[in-house]
Design a protein around this ligand. Structure first.
Ligand code: TRP
Length: 469
């Protein structure tokens, strides 16, 4: 413990890094298609409710746990009690698994920046087939994935201030500018108002239990919660920062980008008469189609800008996922940063190769009925994050001292946090119950039962062996 642990250099730098983590594929790729598939405005209202009630509380809790302990996920839990180490370990494992597919999609985004200029838009009717051919190819997507992962390695190897913080400070403002430019262009298309109507007039008759589940899962994923990511980022915060206020700002930024991404895409869909329910291919198939119809030189430029936006958003998120694992190795095993980055990313690269190939040549290789890509995705998104968030709420509510939490959230009583009691009771009593309900409903509703049971077993095994971590 002689070496001084790194801290963020400035408040702005921290906010850009934390918002950078939150704003990612979840906002720009997943949120629009989930909204489309779940009936538009009604889904958005429920999502906003989940974010305000659960997401904001858990983010505040993660910041508090991180800064209090001054350690990344595993160390932070370990400080509460050895019995809790497994919850941190689950977070590290989730980081690994999300990084087992996230860079694959990040690579697709990079490829599409280039493809926007190399003829993709020339044949609008072939864009769907082109996407299918691209992601199932054995070599091309791997090359992009490796380039993408190397950029992550370069950033995280440089450390907190000159790596992650510096990247966030440049890229997050860029992201807002590009998003504004695209909205400006698509909102002025003829017929755009239909899209706005779909987005803002709720039809609650389409809402089912599944809608709530989708909204809650999306809130966790999009806000980077449930795996100690914000614990890790909080651990680099200095004692003067106001935690509840920062949690509110990051949550607001993340939510605004998700809403803006929807605002950028839906009016254009309506204008060109494209169905909003297109699913996961929405961004990669429909967006280039929209810009192809725009034609001229403007089309390719806007298409490239859109994928640059997606790439930037993804990059500042995957950097945070890599950092969760790296920070664990540094804190708990005294590993040197660069070494931790290289070892971790090498394992992630292997997982990503499997994920990418599972789209094509390896589609026959299945674990619990799904390919590698879906295996990593479903395991984290549908099980680990929600359970991780629930465990954090229980740990904070029942195993940490209320006075300590109050002390941390009010900076030793020097600032006021009027909503403390509300936050505390929501986190302690309401959130674990709601998450237990989601987990139960999720496990009973989902098709991949074997995978769900496997996920729960992994958590049990972690709980038994976590003392060694
Ligand atoms: N929030 C990011 C997105 O929306 C993904 C992400 C980064 C994440 N770090 C995380 C998700 C930690 C869960 C936990 O794309």
């Amino acid at each position: 413990m002689t070496e001084k642990r790194e801290n963020w250099g400035s408040r702005f730098g921290f906010l850009m890094a934390a918002a950078g983590s939150a704003v990612g594929l979840g906002n720009i790729w997943r949120f629009p298609y989930l909204t489309g598939m779940n009936g538009g405005a009604a889904f958005i209202f429920i999502y906003l409710g989940c974010v305000a009630l659960i997401g904001l509380c858990i983010m505040t809790a993660e910041f508090a746990v991180g800064r209090r302990s001054g350690l990344a996920a595993v160390g932070a839990y370990k400080k509460v009690s050895d019995k809790w180490t497994f919850a941190g370990a689950l977070g590290v494992l989730s980081g690994f698994f999300i990084m087992g597919f996230y860079p694959v999609v990040g690579g697709w985004a990079m490829a599409y920046i280039a493809k926007s200029f190399t003829g993709l838009l020339a044949a609008p009717e072939a864009i769907g087939d082109a996407f299918g051919a691209f992601i199932t190819a054995p070599v091309e997507p791997l090359v992009w994935m490796v380039i993408y992962l190397v950029i992550n390695v370069l950033i995280v190897a440089k450390g907190i201030q000159s790596g992650i913080e510096a990247a966030g400070k440049v890229m997050m403002p860029m992201l807002y500018v590009i998003l504004a430019a695209i909205i400006f262009r698509t909102a002025s298309l003829p017929g755009a108002s239909e899209g706005f109507k779909f987005l803002f007039t709720p039809d609650f008759s389409k809402v089912t239990g599944q809608t709530f589940l989708a909204a809650l899962g999306q809130a966790f994923f999009s806000l980077s919660l449930g795996m100690g990511c914000m614990i890790t980022y909080g651990s680099y915060l200095n004692k003067e920062e106001k935690l509840p206020q920062n949690a509110l700002i990051v949550t607001t930024m993340d939510t605004s980008v998700a809403l803006l991404a929807a605002v950028a895409i839906f009016p254009a869909l309506a204008s060109f008469g494209v169905e909003p329910t297109a699913g996961p291919g929405l961004v990669f198939v429909v967006v280039p189609q929209i810009f192809a119809q725009m034609g001229g030189v403007v089309g390719p430029i806007f298409s490239a800008l859109f994928f640059l936006l997606l790439f930037i958003a993804a990059l500042t998120s995957s950097v945070s996922l890599l950092e969760v694992v790296v920070a664990y190795l540094i804190d708990q095993h005294r590993m040197e940063r660069k070494k931790a980055v290289y070892i971790t990313s090498a394992i992630m690269a292997v997982m990503c190769v499997l994920s990418s190939l599972s789209m094509g040549v390896m589609s026959g290789v299945q674990i619990f009925g799904v390919g590698f890509f879906d295996f990593f995705d479903i395991l984290t998104d549908k099980i680990f994050l929600a359970i991780g968030g629930g465990l954090l709420a229980i740990c904070v509510g029942f195993f940490m001292k209320k006075e300590d939490l109050k002390d941390e959230l009010t900076n030793g009583g020097t600032i006021s946090f009027p909503a403390f009691e509300l936050w505390y009771n929501l986190t302690k009593y309401v959130i674990p119950v709601v998450i237990a309900w989601i987990a139960f409903a999720g496990i009973t509703a989902i098709a991949q039962k074997g995978l769900m049971i496997f996920g729960v077993l992994v958590i049990v095994v972690l709980a038994v062996f976590s003392k060694k971590l």
